[in-house]
Ligand binder design. Structure first.
Ligand SMILES: *[C@@H]1O[C@H](CO)[C@@H](O)[C@H](O)[C@H]1NC(C)=O
Ligand SMILES: *[C@@H]1O[C@H](CO)[C@@H](O)[C@H](O)[C@H]1NC(C)=O
Length: 409
């Protein structure tokens, strides 16, 4: 009997031991490197519980883009530690922590997410931030007001002259309505200073009556967007991002990162000898041309175009499932850019070289599919007719040649 008790006791002790080990494991030490906590799969949840405001940087050390972002993130963390901030900065090396990255649905690298109150599923995605200052500004604007309030002309002068580039919102109501669109954009666009005002002196100064957002460059009004009710945060962000650069910029070591990191994806580059006589004239013509293209690259992503994306996906899926055994007859839905204002749907039947059919029907998958099927039937009929005619023609030519040969003999 005693030995049974001893065995039970040993078992209990053993399981207590095992339990202990588990406890120790879950309280694993989290290493810190360059002011940033380095997280892995076994410590991520623990960090989430311990730090209610956890800003996590996902990176892959070997990618060039990650390199500078790792440095800037460390810099931001060091600066933050000198303040009373309650935000903790951590990093995950995605090249090592593949499983963790997959669990967290991390798709973009490098990227930054703010996890709040241990909620693993709904992090706040931090916009692509270029440097430590922008990261800190983004954090600051999330906690406090995102734009400076400008009371009058004196403050306006200070604000506009202390920044090369600044965004100024003129709103009659600084509490509700479209000003909220500006605040939400300001919270995300952390690399630029934002101001708001309802001062009638400022309206008069810029000779403006309606609510507007202005881009100020070196203290001067550069561009203006009227804030009508249909302006979304996206449209305002696009306006700022497209106009923040001069229309024509010299490409050099200083401007290259700005140009290459901007939302404008297409650039027209002029290679020119600056000491040549024709330089000034050519540059001025180039400038004129550029005015016609500004912002166009963005048109395909307008709200209207975006609204069509789900339809497009549905069509692409139907194509895969409905026509697996009729590959040659499968219509292909392509998205191309045309001269006219997008979005538009066009069909390019493969059997005709130049024919483009513009679709004007309902923008539903059923309607588009039916239209495409009808067009395919028609195209097949036309093609069959064309084939018959071609065959006839070839036979006729052959018969003629044979007749000529006969004559020659
Ligand atoms: C990742 O995505 C899957 C599928 O959408 C979802 O079930 C899961 O909860 C997501 N994970 C997190 C951490 O949000
Ligand atoms: C640029 O133009 C000047 C004046 O025409 C000429 O002397 C110089 O060689 C040119 N430079 C290059 C790199 O072609």
């Amino acid at each position: 009997m005693a030995s049974v008790w001893r065995a039970v006791c040993v078992l209990l002790c053993l399981s207590a031991c095992v339990w202990d080990r588990v406890c120790v494991d879950t309280e694993e030490e989290i290493p810190e490197e360059n002011d940033v906590l380095r997280l892995k799969k076994s410590t991520f949840d623990q960090a989430l519980k311990r730090y209610p405001k956890l800003l996590v940087h996902f990176y892959a050390p070997l990618s060039g883009e990650s390199m500078s972002s790792i440095m800037e993130f460390s810099k931001a963390s060091a600066q933050l530690k000198e303040t009373t901030s309650t935000i903790t900065l951590a990093g995950v090396d995605v090249s090592k922590e593949k499983e963790l990255a997959a669990q967290l649905n991390v798709t973009a690298i490098p990227s930054i997410r703010l996890y709040l109150s241990a909620d693993k599923h709904n992090p706040v995605h931090c916009p692509a931030l270029r440097d430590a200052d922008a990261i800190l500004t983004w954090l600051k604007r999330r906690e406090g007001p995102s734009a400076d309030v400008i009371e009058g002309l004196g403050q306006l002068k200070d604000f506009s002259e202390s920044h090369d580039l600044a965004v100024l919102g003129l709103f009659k109501d600084l509490e509700q309505g479209m000003v909220q669109v500006l605040f939400s954009v300001a919270a995300e666009v952390a690399d630029l200073p934002f101001g708001v005002t309802h001062s009638s002196d400022v309206y008069t100064h810029y000779n403006i009556n309606t609510d507007c957002v202005l881009l100020l460059k070196k203290g001067k009004l550069d561009s203006k967007l009227e804030m009508s009710d249909d302006i979304t945060a996206e449209a305002l962000t696009d306006f700022i991002r497209i106009h923040e650069f001069d229309l024509v910029m010299e490409y050099n070591g200083k401007t290259a990162p700005q140009i290459l990191n901007s939302v404008v994806k297409n650039h027209l580059v002029l290679f020119i000898n600056k000491t040549e006589e024709s330089f000034t004239h050519t540059l001025s013509e180039f400038h004129n041309t550029a005015t016609h293209f500004r912002g166009q690259v963005h048109a395909p992503w307008s709200e209207e175009s975006r609204a069509l994306f789900p339809l497009w996906e549905e069509l692409a899926q139907r194509q895969n499932y409905d026509n697996v055994d009729a590959r040659s007859a499968t219509p292909t839905y392509v998205n191309i850019r045309l001269q006219e204002k997008p979005p538009s749907i066009k069909i390019f039947p493969a059997v005709y070289a130049e024919r483009v059919i513009h679709y004007t029907g309902d923008r539903t998958a059923d309607a588009v599919v039916e239209f495409v099927q009808q067009e395919m039937k028609r195209a097949k009929k036309d093609k069959a007719k064309e084939d018959r005619e071609r065959k006839k023609y070839i036979e006729k030519v052959k018969a003629q040649e044979a007749a000529e040969k006969k004559d020659e003999l």
